[in-house]
Design a protein around this ligand. Structure first.
Ligand SMILES: Nc1ncnc2c1ncn2[C@@H]1O[C@H](COP(=O)(O)OP(=O)(O)O)[C@@H](O)[C@H]1O
Ligand SMILES: CC(=O)N[C@@H](CCC(=O)OP(=O)(O)O)C(=O)O
Length: 285
């Protein structure tokens, strides 16, 4: 009997967290690297179903960098990155839109639906959710910088109990299609929705002072620490847009921002509904 009571205790550990998060909006940035294993992906979908069923307004913003690179290679194109952004010529933009707004977006929607949860896929083009312009100052092709987020369509879906699943492809005033870094899209969408929490699921435990030293893990960083880490060039590649957008979100009112390891089984449940603080918290101040 004690064994069963212990299980009940574990479930009860979630009660204060369910109370805290119920009816609140939580934006989850689901990175391409954390999508690579089909088994893990299924566990992520289970977590999302549970979070939705306990009353959390889950919004998914997905990436898919590795899948875009793979498709480019299949089509004989070599992926190139500049400061963590994909060099996006016209053809790469077409491939990016097909992979992100087509394959990945629809696959995620179907996977959430398979758990009996209502989900609808959108890209930044739907009702001009992500209005963008060409990013400067370097010419990296059709990479976009966000001008504004028009969150009405997402708010409408949330109000009707859907999980919105968003692909980070933006549209310009010029009608052109822009490739937006998914971390930046997630941060801006969280701000526009006045989300309570923003979680970046990635392929590393969180932020390290020294990426080669397991003992240098940082469970919390604030603006001062982030500025120092950047100045000392301790943050590189894909972590740069993540940390920049995370900090911006914290400064613009998102209550809690976390970077977690999407390779850990049930990382979302651990982060949201248990006492186990996994990952790095981006703190205010
Ligand atoms: N100081 C740091 N701490 C942790 N990760 C870092 C750091 N600097 C750079 N990185 C890199 O950032 C990567 C995560 O970003 P990215 O590859 O863009 O992931 P995702 O596809 O999930 O957005 C890590 O795998 C790591 O190689
Ligand atoms: C401009 C730019 O770099 N866009 C990204 C969009 C996808 C993305 O960000 O995916 P991850 O989160 O999986 O890295 C790209 O083309 O890879």
């Amino acid at each position: 009997m004690e064994r069963y009571i212990e299980k009940a205790r574990v479930i009860m550990e979630a009660l204060p967290y369910i109370r805290e998060f119920s009816k609140k909006t939580v934006v989850i940035k689901y990175g391409g690297n954390a999508m690579e294993s089909p088994q893990l992906k299924e566990l992520v979908m289970q977590d999302i179903a549970l979070l939705k069923l306990v009353g959390i307004n889950v919004v998914i913003v997905h990436g898919g960098g590795p899948a875009i690179s793979e498709m480019m290679q299949r089509l004989g194109k070599e992926p190139k990155f500049v400061d963590g952004y994909r060099y996006t010529d016209e053809e790469t933009m077409e491939i990016t839109e097909m992979v992100l707004s087509g394959l990945i977006n629809k696959e995620l929607v179907a996977a959430v639906n398979a758990h009996g949860i209502k989900a609808v896929g959108l890209s930044g083009k739907d009702n001009r959710l992500i209005l963008a312009k060409k990013k400067g100052p370097k010419d990296i092709g059709m990479v976009g910088e966000i001008i504004s987020i028009q969150p009405e369509v997402v708010q409408t879906l949330i109000a009707s109990d859907y999980v919105p699943v968003i692909s980070p492809v933006g549209v310009g005033e010029d009608g052109k299609t822009y490739n937006i870094n998914a971390d930046i899209a997630a941060g801006e969408i969280a701000i526009a929705l006045k989300a309570y929490k923003l979680i970046y699921m990635t392929d590393i435990r969180g932020i390290y002072e020294d990426i080669n030293d397991e003992n240098s893990f940082l469970s919390t960083v604030n603006e001062t620490a982030i500025n120092r880490l950047k100045k000392e060039k301790k943050i590189s590649e894909g972590m740069i847009p993540k940390i920049d957008s995370a900090l911006k979100a914290v400064k613009q009112g998102v209550e809690k921002v976390h970077i977690i390891d999407g390779r850990i089984e049930h990382s979302l449940l651990l982060e949201l509904l248990t006492d186990a603080g996994i990952g790095t918290e981006i703190a205010r101040g």
